[in-house]
Write a protein that binds this ligand. Structure first.
Ligand code: C2E
Ligand code: MG
Ligand code: MG
Ligand code: MG
Length: 285
């Protein structure tokens, strides 16, 4: 009887659940083939400095173009992390990004390339060696690399993970704390983390409207980071007033749709020129 009941319970599986399960399994196997099939590509978004008036960095963002359309990173990155595929995808993104940006980076040692790194990748004992090896192969200097990690990476930080980051930093690469302000760690914890830059999350940038009473948080975040010797990038800049505001707070670098959308390598030059034009226009007012 118990068996029959169990069987019945199983049969009460809702058709919607079945569809969701099929879709997920389908996406999992799809992602495996996507890598081999060249469906994983990279878009680049410029990051500008108000001091130099130039694009100083590009952030590489993974893209998955399935025949049926584009799968957003917010869908496939978590899936890749669960299945461990993020290790190969992460290296593929770095490899493509280094190859596509090698010439631009080679023209000026101050320019850099930022790549997103998942905590799963940092758990590999040879992650740092792989990254540095790749950079050498691609002719990119380690000091021109920025590894973007989120606060959650440090939540269960063990010595191995810290060692990977230290090896990279010792070689000259920098570490940026991505989506800063959205995680659990306090401003006070910042000085204990092996990071060189904070990237202020777009939710804070979107608070910039005339008269918002929460703006002191933004200026505290920037002042605190600066007093610890860190540089600050603001992400998600969509309006001129946000750019003005963050520049007035002495934010070191700005990134967002106002300057340029993330673009494929073929439109890199266009994205770069547009971003510098927008910055120039802002500075002329
Ligand atoms: P992220 O690293 O914080 O990247 C910034 C995200 O904000 C990107 O979304 C970018 O397209 C978007 N963005 C840029 N400017 C603006 C703006 O002005 N307004 C708004 N609303 N959004 C803006 P995207 O490309 O969808 O990527 C989402 C997230 O997926 C990334 O957030 C990152 O956490 C993750 N991701 C992307 N590529 C990779 C990768 O190669 N490896 C890993 N581990 N994660 C990745
Ligand atoms: Mg990022
Ligand atoms: Mg970010
Ligand atoms: Mg973000």
């Amino acid at each position: 009887a118990a068996k029959a009941a169990g069987k019945n319970r199983f049969l009460r599986f809702h058709p919607d659940m079945m569809a969701a399960l099929v879709q997920r399994t389908d996406m999992e196997s799809g992602l495996q083939f996507a890598l081999q099939g060249g469906e994983i590509t990279v878009d680049f978004q410029p990051i500008v400095s108000h001091r130099s008036g130039q694009v100083v960095q590009f952030e590489a963002l993974a893209r998955w173009d399935r025949g049926a359309g584009r799968v957003p990173p917010s869908d496939f990155i978590p899936l890749a992390e669960r299945t461990g595929l993020i290790r190969d995808i992460g290296l593929e993104v770095m490899s493509q990004a280094m190859a596509q940006l090698a010439d631009w980076l080679g023209e000026d040692p101050q320019r850099s390339l930022a790549v997103n790194v998942s905590g799963v990748q940092l758990q590999e004992h040879d992650f740092a060696a792989k990254v540095l090896g790749l950079a050498e192969t691609r002719g990119v200097a380690a000091r021109q690399l920025v590894l973007e990690v989120t606060e959650s990476v440090f939540f269960h930080a063990d010595c191995d993970l810290i060692r990977q980051l230290s090896t990279l930093r010792d070689a000259g690469a920098r570490v940026a704390l991505d989506d800063f302000g959205t995680g659990y760690s306090s401003l006070g914890r910042l000085q204990d983390l092996p990071v060189d830059t904070v990237k202020i999350d777009k939710t804070f940038v979107s608070m910039v409207r005339t008269g918002s009473e929460r703006l002191p948080i933004l200026s505290s975040m920037i002042n605190m980071a600066h007093s610890l010797g860190l540089t600050v990038t603001a992400e998600g800049i969509e309006t001129a007033s946000q750019a003005d505001y963050l520049t007035a707070l002495d934010c070191d670098a700005l990134q967002g749709y106002l300057f340029s959308l993330p673009e494929p390598a073929a439109r890199l030059e266009k994205a770069l020129r547009r971003a510098e034009e927008v910055l120039g226009a802002l500075q002329q007012r």
